[in-house]
Structure formats: structure tokens, C-alpha cells
Design a protein. Structure first.
Lengths: 251, 192
């Protein structure tokens, strides 16, 4: 019985061949909504076939909420309180681009994250790690004319969760992008290079294409690292182009 | 050159740290004449409410104009019209409520409109939640728009017996519609 309870999630070492092959079946970079290893998907994914929605004017337009929502210091998560939050200070910056390579100007980038100990400032987070009175963990930024955004924050810690025995989320920052059109809306997570938890995380591995998984991993940049101040990570985000059709089979 | 997109990931259970704004659920200012509340509950496959779910809506104004242009048609003249609402509660119970106005009719596909088909009043909806690896997209139509609904090309593409899952029903002060991610009454979701 104990061994059953202690079943870790380790798709790479258990089923390397099929895993890799499966990851190559199609060009869809997005995870399936039904992914057994991530248990909460079981009751939360549509079982009926999706209906193809042609791109009408409602789908090719979208909210441009920028300026009114973003305060001058909203992109610096280290100065929202009296003191400096504990942790590895860093900048996260990159470009928001569509799949045709065009930058998205003035688009809203929203992030939220755990603190350095892996604890979220949320009443439902039960992980017994310290909250940091100097860290709330939310930021907003508007892209500039080249589609560039920048945040200053601290590196979030990994944390355990209840999905399976000894389950830990790799350190990540949640990103929310509105894009310019309803069809471009994207919520994703940014990971850090070389995280030893990658092979054991069903959420990361729900993206079946290994190349697509790589696109969720930021790059460390020594060039953008500010001497004696902050590490720098780069994370470019690609939103679908306006003319792209869905990958899913339509009925 | 076509670049592949960045993959989607779940919002997780703690999106309320970053996603709510003041006035987030308001697609129009609160004093807008003719404003309606659209409310409902997100249910999972066991029929239980999904407390850590988030809803976003996008629509045109009653005259068929959007808050943002991108070169398509005239910009909405309705004061303070945002056309976008986000309902994201830290202590959610699966219920959502937005304030908006009933959208007007719009040309059907192709985008921009050939004028051959007209869409019924509709609101595009994104559903996010812990346990959802990417958003589910649906639409809200209005049960009291039978004539317009009958001519709507998107509704026509939905199997007839499932169309009712997209209809919001009039209630005091607005409309009510539940979203079922799964199960007997599973909502129609779209591939966009």
C-alpha cells in the first residue's frame, strides 16, 4: 500500500520512447486539456468535441487596457513595500511578438508568483513557508514600441503540491497576455533554466512537444545582469498570429 | 517566417494575486443606462462549483461597435465602454458576475463581414481554472433573441440539441447562464 501512495511522477525514466514519440505527433504547442498525470484536469476538461469558431470581428478584436491599469512602479515587485523582499533579485524582460515576428506594442503583461520560499500571498496557500512582508508577488507592465517588457522581482522558490507523492512545482512565474485580439489571449508560466524538477512536473510536461517546452524556459543573460545588483533572465513570448487557424479538429 | 507560439499553462489556484483589478468585472461603468448583470456558476464534471475559476468576456456595444479598433469599424461611442470584463475572486465559490450592456448584431464570417450573414448578439467568453491547462472558449447568446439566434451562422454550426447550453436566460436585472466544463449539460466550447 505504501508503495502505491509513494508513486512519483516520472514519465521520462519510465517511458522514454513513447513519451518522445508522443511529443511529436503534431504542431500544436499547447497542452491537452485532459492530462491524466495532472489530476485536477479529470473533471475540468470538455469531453465533447470542440466546435470550430470562425474568426469573426469579435475574435479579431480585443481589449487594449494598458495605460489606465499600469502604474509607474507596477513592474517592480521589489519596491511595493517598505523593505526589500528576501531572495535572489532579478530582472525578467523580453519581447511579446506574434508568430509572424511582429512586436505587440502597448500590450498588457501581467505576472504573479510565489516568494523566495515558494509561498504565495493567497489565503488558500497552505505551504508552511514564511510569507515575506515585503513581497506581494504581482506585477504589470506595458510593452514598448518594440514589444519589450521588463520586470524587477525576486526569484520564486519551488513548492510542494498535492498532485502525487513528493510532487514539487519547479520555480515559475505566471504570465498573462491579452495580446491585440481575443484569439491571442494566453496564460502561461515562465520557468528557469536547468531546474532539476522539470522531469517530475506534470504541468510542465503537459506540453508534449519538447521544443515547445523549451519555449517556456527563460534564459539567463550575463549581459543584462546588473553588476552588484540583479541577475537577468530573458523570456520572449510568442502569441499566435491573427490569421492562424486552430489546430484542434473542428466538427 | 512563422514562429511557433509559447504554450499555454494553467492559471493555477492562486491567480487572484495578480488577476483582479478594481472594476475588473465591469465591462461598462456602473451607472450606464441599460446595464445588465450576467451571472452564473462554473461547474466541473461532478456538478460541483469550481471555486478557483476565472471568467473573461469580450463583446461589442449595443450598436455593434468595439471599444478598441484595430482598424475594424467605428469605435464605440458609449461612455466608458470597455467591452471586457474579468471576474477573478480570491475566495471564489464558482459564481461569477459581470456588468455589461447587451451587445448588438454583427456581420458574420468572414472577419469584417461580407454582409451575407449576421450574427446574433453574443459575448465571447474565456474560462480559466486550476486544472485547466489552457482556457476554454465559449459564447454567451441571449434566449430572448430567438429571431437573431435562428439566423446566427455560429449557432447554426452547433449541434441543435446543444445550442441551449449557450443561452443566457433573462432574470431580474440581467441574465443567468451556468457553465458546465463537463457532464450531461456540458457547455459548447469552441476551437478558435
Amino acid at each position: 500500500m505504501k508503495s502505491e501512495q509513494r508513486q512519483i511522477y516520472d514519465p521520462v525514466s519510465e517511458t522514454p520512447t513513447s513519451y518522445v514519440r508522443e511529443g511529436r505527433v503534431g504542431p500544436d504547442p499547447h497542452p491537452p486539456m485532459d492530462f491524466e498525470a495532472y489530476k485536477s484536469t479529470a473533471l475540468r476538461h470538455p469531453k465533447r468535441a470542440l466546435v470550430y469558431l470562425p474568426q469573426t470581428i469579435t475574435e479579431i478584436t480585443g481589449p487594449q487596457l494598458g495605460a489606465a491599469l499600469v502604474g509607474e512602479t507596477d513592474n517592480d515587485l521589489t519596491i511595493q513595500h517598505e523593505g526589500m523582499p528576501i531572495g535572489e533579485r532579478m530582472t525578467v524582460s523580453g519581447r511579446v511578438i506574434d508568430t509572424e515576428g511582429k512586436p505587440l506594442r502597448g500590450t498588457l503583461v501581467e505576472i504573479w508568483q510565489a516568494n523566495a520560499a515558494g509561498r504565495y500571498l493567497h489565503k488558500w496557500d497552505r505551504w508552511p513557508a514564511e510569507l515575506d512582508p515585503n513581497f506581494s508577488g504581482a506585477g504589470r507592465s506595458l510593452t514598448d514600441d518594440e514589444g519589450r517588457y521588463t520586470f524587477t522581482t525576486i526569484k520564486p522558490g519551488p513548492y510542494p503540491w498535492g498532485n502525487h507523492y513528493n510532487a514539487w512545482r519547479p520555480a515559475h512565474i505566471h504570465f498573462s497576455l491579452l495580446g491585440r485580439a481575443f484569439v491571442q489571449r494566453l496564460v502561461t508560466q515562465m520557468y528557469f533554466p536547468g531546474d532539476p524538477l522539470f522531469p517530475f512536473d506534470p504541468i510542465f510536461n503537459s506540453v508534449r512537444d519538447p521544443d515547445a517546452r523549451e519555449r517556456m524556459i527563460s534564459r539567463f543573460s550575463i549581459h543584462d545582469t546588473v553588476p552588484n545588483w540583479a541577475h537577468a533572465y530573458t523570456f520572449d513570448i510568442y502569441l499566435r498570429g491573427p490569421g492562424q487557424t486552430p489546430f484542434e479538429e473542428a466538427h | 517566417m512563422i514562429f511557433p507560439t509559447t504554450p499555454s499553462q494553467t492559471v493555477g489556484p492562486f491567480f487572484a494575486i495578480g488577476m483582479p483589478w478594481d472594476g475588473g468585472p465591469l465591462a461598462v461603468p456602473e451607472d450606464t443606462p441599460g446595464a445588465i448583470r450576467i451571472s452564473g456558476t462554473v461547474h466541473d464534471g461532478a456538478g460541483m462549483p469550481v471555486p478557483d475559476s476565472m471568467i473573461e468576456t469580450w463583446q461589442c456595444d449595443p450598436f455593434g461597435h468595439f471599444a478598441d479598433l484595430h482598424g475594424y469599424g467605428e469605435r464605440s461611442q458609449l461612455a466608458g465602454f470597455r467591452g471586457f470584463a474579468r471576474f477573478a475572486a480570491e475566495d471564489g465559490d464558482g459564481r461569477f458576475e459581470i456588468l455589461t450592456v447587451k451587445p448588438g448584431r454583427l456581420p458574420g464570417p468572414p472577419a469584417g463581414g461580407s454582409g451575407i450573414t449576421m450574427q446574433a448578439p453574443h459575448i465571447d467568453v474565456s474560462v480559466f481554472a486550476r486544472g485547466m491547462l489552457h482556457r476554454a472558449v465559449t459564447r454567451i447568446y441571449f434566449a430572448d433573441e430567438a429571431e437573431a439566434n435562428a439566423a446566427d451562422p455560429v449557432l447554426a454550426s452547433v449541434p441543435a440539441e446543444r445550442r441551449s447550453t449557450l443561452l443566457a436566460h433573462p432574470v431580474d436585472g440581467g441574465y443567468q447562464i451556468d457553465i458546465h466544463l463537463q457532464g450531461e449539460r456540458e457547455t459548447v466550447f469552441f476551437a478558435v
